[in-house]
Design a protein around this ligand. Structure first.
Ligand SMILES: Cc1cc2ncn([C@H]3O[C@H](COP(=O)(O)O)[C@@H](O)[C@H]3O)c2cc1C
Ligand SMILES: O=C(O)c1cccnc1
Length: 755
C-alpha cells in the first residue's frame, strides 16, 4: 500500500504535514470571555486558570442571557507558538541528550514510529553522545530474590540501585549536591526505557520453544514485585501448559470474537477480520493473573475508599511481568475476549477471585517495531503532548513549553495542501486509463485528498466515522419550529438504539456512528456510543443576547477538536459531520447571515417544515438575533457565542481538528455549512480538509457552500441533517481515492493514448 515513490514511514497522525502548514499565524487573541453561565445549569465549570477569571460579571439581561460586551482579557503569551516550534508533536525523534538524567529531549517524539520523547536514545547513541559506558559491575547478574522488607517500602522507598560507575555502598557515599545522584547509570537507564519502549502485545510469530523454569521464575518474581494497595499483593498467577485447557479457553474466546465482529461497522469489520486477537495455542504457556479483592483483610490501607485499587495493583503486576518478559526475549499477548465468569468457571477458580488478565507467553520470531494494532491501521499512538496538561485539564504543553489552548494550537497547525502531492496526483490523473477529466469533480477530490495527506495516492478514507453533535437551543422558545424541544433527547436515544436515518445510512456505507452530547437539556445515560461532553443545558435565547458565553463556545469548539483527535487516533481516516438539535436551522441561518453578510430572508429556510406564517416569524427571529448581538466577523468565536449553537461550535472544532490532523472531513447540510463558515473564519486553510457531502434544500446551505467555495457531491433535495447527506457522499469520496490508487496508467496497461 505504499505510494509508487518508495517506502514511507508507517504513517502517523501528523505524517505528511507540510512544513509550510505549520507556521500559520495565530489569530489575534480572542476577546475576553464573559465568565457567566448561561441560564440553566452550566455543566462545565466556567473558568480556567489561563483564561481571565477576573472579568467582572455583567448583569444578566432579561431572561438570564449573559451580556454581550466583553471585559478585558489577560493574554497569556505563547512561547513559542505551536507553529514556530520545530515540530509541535514531534515529527522527528528526539536528539540524543548528552546526559539523559537531566537533559530534556530537544524535540518531542514522533507520534507513531519513533521513541516517546521522554525515553533516552539507544545505548549506542547514548555512548556516542558522550555518556559513560557501563562498568562491568553493572552487567553482573544479580540474584532475583524475594525480600518482603524491600517491597514494604514501595514504591518510592525501594532502595535505588547505586550508579554502576560508583560502586560504593549508599551509607559510605558523601551527601551529593546532585539531586539525581541515585539515578541509574546511562546504560542501565537505557535498558529500563528500552524494555518499556519495546514491550509489545504480541499475537503473531510465536515459537513453540518451551520457557525454561528459571526464566519463568524471574518473570513471575518481577510481577510479584509490583506495587500494591496497602501492600496487599492481591495477585495470583495460574500457569497453564495443558493443551486441553487452553483449547477450551480458546473456544470461549472465539465465541466472543465473533460476537464483537458482528457488532462492527463494515470497514472496521474488514480490518478486524485480518487481526489476530489471541495466541492461546501458539504459545507454550498461558498465565492467568487473578485478583483477590479481599486479600489483606478488612482494613487494607488505601483500599477502603477505592476498592478498585486491588485490580489496579494486579494490573501493575501484569505490566511488571510484561516488561521482564520483554527483557527475557519473551512475547506476551493479553487476551481480553472472554466473559470473565465463563472463563473463571472453565478454570475452576475459587469464586472470590476475579480475572484481571489472560496472558499468552512464549519466545517470538521478532518483536514488531510498533504495536501490531498500529501497524495494522487499527489505531494510532496519541502524541504525548495531547495527554499532558498543566495545573488544570485543558492547559496543554510538554514540560519546558509554554502551555497553550487546544484551539490556539489547532489553528496554528492548519496549513495548505502539500503541493508536491497535489502535482503528483494531477499528473497521475492524466496518465490513468481514462480520458482526461472524465471523472469530473471526483478527480479534484482525489487531488485534494493527496494534497491533504501529503502523499500520492492518499490513504483510502476508511474507516470513516460520523460524529453527531447534539444540543438544544434557547431560541426554541421563540416558536421557530413545529417540533418540541424534547425531540432532541428522543432522537439521541434513537441514534443510540440504531433506529435513525443516520444509523441506516452509516450501516449501508460501513461507517461508525458516535453521538456527542455537547448541550442537550436533558440528562443522558452513560452508554457506549454516546460521548458525554455537555457544556451547558442548551443555549440561551439569542434574540435576547448571546446564546453562549465566550468560554462556553471555546469549550464546545475544543470538545469538537478532541472528538476529531480521538476518532482519528482510533484509526479513522475520514470524519463526517452530523447534528441533532431542534431549532438549529434557526441558529444556522443566523450564523450564515453573520459570516456571509447575506440578509436573513435569503438564508433562512423551513427547517423540519414550517408553514408560511411560522416561516415569516423565523426570518424575523433570525433578524432579531443579529440585531440583539454585536456581530464582528473578525472574531468568529464571538459570532458562534452570539448566535450559534453548542453543536455548531463543536462542529467548527471538529472541522478544525480534522484539518489539523490532515484527515478529510465530509460536511453534511446547513448546520455543518454554518459551522464550517466559523471554522474557515478561524483558519482559512481548514477549507482544504472539507468535502461538501451534499447540497441541502435549505437556502442558507447553498449560500454557505458558495461562500466556502465548495462544490457539493450529492444534490438530492435532502433536508434532514444528522449526517445523512455526508454519509451518502462517503462512497464517492472513497471511490475518488481508490481510483487514484488502483487505476492503471496507460503505460502500465499498454493502452494507447489519444494524440
Ligand atoms: C424527528 C426528527 C429527526 C431529525 N433528524 C434531524 N433533524 C434535524 O432537524 C432539526 C432542525 O430543524 P428545525 O430547526 O426545524 O427544528 C435538527 O435536529 C436537525 O438535525 C430532525 C428533526 C426531527 C423532528
Ligand atoms: O439541510 C439540513 O441540513 C437540515 C434541514 C432541516 C433540518 N435539519 C437539517
Amino acid at each position: 500500500m505504499h505510494p509508487p515513490d518508495g517506502p514511507r514511514s508507517p504513517g502517523g497522525l501528523l505524517d505528511g504535514l507540510p512544513e509550510a502548514g505549520r507556521g500559520a499565524g495565530l489569530r489575534p487573541p480572542p476577546a475576553p470571555p464573559a465568565v457567566r453561565p448561561a441560564p440553566g445549569a452550566t455543566v462545565r465549570p466556567d473558568a480556567r486558570p489561563h483564561r481571565d477569571r477576573t472579568a467582572p460579571d455583567r448583569p444578566a439581561q432579561e431572561g438570564g442571557a449573559p451580556a454581550a460586551e466583553p471585559a478585558a482579557r489577560t493574554v497569556v503569551p505563547l512561547r513559542p507558538t505551536a507553529g514556530e516550534r520545530a515540530a509541535p508533536h514531534g515529527l522527528e525523534p528526539p536528539a540524543p541528550p548528552t546526559d539523559p538524567a537531566t537533559a530534556q529531549p530537544e524535540g518531542p517524539s514522533h507520534p507513531v514510529n519513533a521513541q516517546p520523547a521522554a525515553l533516552p536514545p539507544e545505548p549506542e547513541a547514548a555512548e556516542a553522545a558522550g555518556a559513560a559506558p557501563a562498568s562491568p559491575a553493572a552487567t553482573e547478574e544479580e540474584p532475583v530474590g524475594y525480600d518482603p522488607d524491600e517491597v514494604v517500602a514501595e514504591p518510592a522507598g525501594e532502595p535505588a540501585a547505586e550508579p554502576a560507575a560508583e560502586p560504593a555502598a549508599p551509607h559510605e557515599t558523601a551527601p551529593s549536591a546532585d539531586p539525581a545522584a541515585h539515578a541509574y547509570s546511562d546504560v542501565e537507564r537505557e535498558a529500563v526505557y528500552r524494555a518499556i519502549r519495546e514491550r509489545r502485545d504480541v499475537r503473531v510469530g510465536f515459537r513453540p520453544d518451551p520457557v525454561p523454569d528459571d526464566v519463568l521464575v524471574r518473570v513471575l518474581e518481577a510481577a510479584h514485585h509490583a506495587p500494591s494497595v496497602g501492600f496487599s499483593q492481591p495477585w495470583d498467577f495460574v500457569v497453564i501448559h495443558d493443551r486441553g485447557t487452553r483449547a477450551r479457553v480458546r473456544e470461549l474466546v472465539q465465541r466472543q470474537r465473533e460476537a464483537y465482529a458482528r457488532a462492527l461497522p463494515g470497514a472496521r469489520a474488514r480490518t478486524f477480520s485480518g487481526l489476530k486477537v489471541e495466541a492461546i495455542l501458539d504459545t507454550p504457556l498461558n498465565i492467568v493473573v487473578t485478583v483477590d479483592p479481599t486479600r489483606g483483610g478488612r482494613h487494607t490501607l488505601g483500599r477502603h475508599v477505592q476498592p478498585q485499587t486491588a485490580a489496579y495493583s494486579t494490573a501493575l503486576a501484569v505490566e511488571n511481568l510484561w516488561l521482564a518478559a520483554r527483557a527475557e526475549g519473551l512475547g506476551v499477548g493479553w487476551v481480553s475476549f472472554f466473559s470473565e465468569r465463563e472463563l473463571a468457571r472453565e478454570l475452576d477458580l475459587p469464586p472470590h477471585l476475579e480475572i484481571v488478565a489472560y496472558l499468552c507467553v512464549g519466545y517470538v520470531e521478532e518483536f514488531p517495531p510498533e504495536p501490531e494494532l498500529s501497524l495494522g491501521g487499527w489505531a494510532q499512538r496519541r502524541p504525548l503532548a495531547w495527554a499532558v496538561h498543566w495545573e488544570q485539564y485543558g492547559r496543554r504543553g510538554l514540560p519546558g513549553e509554554e502551555s497553550t489552548s487546544l484551539l490556539e494550537e489547532t489553528i496554528a497547525g492548519i496549513g495548505p495542501l502539500n503541493q508536491r502531492a497535489v502535482e503528483e496526483a494531477r499528473e497521475r490523473q492524466a496518465r490513468m486509463t481514462k480520458p482526461a477529466g472524465s471523472l469530473g469533480v471526483l478527480e479534484d477530490v482525489s487531488v485534494q485528498l493527496a494534497g491533504l495527506a501529503g502523499e500520492c495516492p492518499a490513504p483510502l478514507p476508511e474507516p470513516a466515522a460520523v460524529a453527531v453533535f447534539a444540543a438544544d437551543h434557547g431560541v426554541h422558545a421563540q416558536g421557530v419550529t413545529a417540533w418540541p424541544q424534547e425531540v432532541t433527547t428522543q432522537m439521541v436515544h434513537n441514534f443510540l438504539a440504531g433506529g435513525a436515518v443516520v444509523n441506516a445510512f452509516a450501516a449501508q456505507v460501513g461507517a461508525e456512528v458516535t453521538v456527542v452530547d455537547v448541550g442537550v437539556v436533558d440528562d443522558l445515560p452513560a452508554v457506549p456510543g454516546l460521548l458525554p461532553r455537555k457544556i451547558a443545558r442548551g443555549t440561551a435565547d439569542m434574540t435576547r443576547g448571546p446564546a453562549m458565553t465566550r468560554l462556553q463556545a471555546e469549550y464546545a469548539i475544543e470538545a469538537g477538536i478532541e472528538v476529531a483527535r480521538d476518532l482519528v487516533a482510533a484509526g479513522n481516516r475520514c470524519l463526517l459531520t452530523g447534528d441533532m438539535g431542534i431549532a438549529n436551522t434557526t441558529a444556522s441561518a443566523a450564523l450564515v447571515s453573520a459570516f456571509t453578510g447575506r440578509d436573513a430572508a435569503e438564508v433562512t429556510g423551513r427547517g423540519t417544515g414550517v408553514d408560511d406564517a411560522v416561516y415569516e416569524h423565523k426570518v424575523a427571529v433570525v433578524r432579531a438575533a443579529l440585531e440583539a448581538n454585536r456581530i464582528d466577523v473578525s472574531d468568529p468565536v464571538g459570532v458562534l457565542a452570539a448566535v450559534g449553537g453548542l453543536e455548531h461550535a463543536a462542529l467548527a472544532g471538529f472541522i478544525l481538528g480534522a484539518a489539523f490532523l490532515r484527515v478529510p472531513v465530509v460536511l453534511d447540510g446547513v448546520i455543518a455549512g454554518a459551522a464550517a463558515l466559523a471554522a474557515v473564519a478561524l483558519a482559512p486553510d481548514a477549507r482544504l480538509a472539507c468535502v461538501a457531502g451534499h447540497r441541502s434544500s435549505e437556502p442558507g446551505h447553498s449560500v454557505a457552500l458558495e461562500h466556502l467555495g465548495l462544490r457539493p457531491l450529492v444534490d438530492l433535495d435532502l433536508r434532514l441533517g444528522e449526517g445523512s447527506g455526508a454519509l451518502l457522499a462517503l462512497p464517492l469520496v472513497q471511490s475518488a481515492a481508490r481510483a487514484l490508487r488502483d487505476v492503471a496508467t496507460f503505460e502500465a496497461a499498454g493502452v494507447t493514448q489519444s494524440d
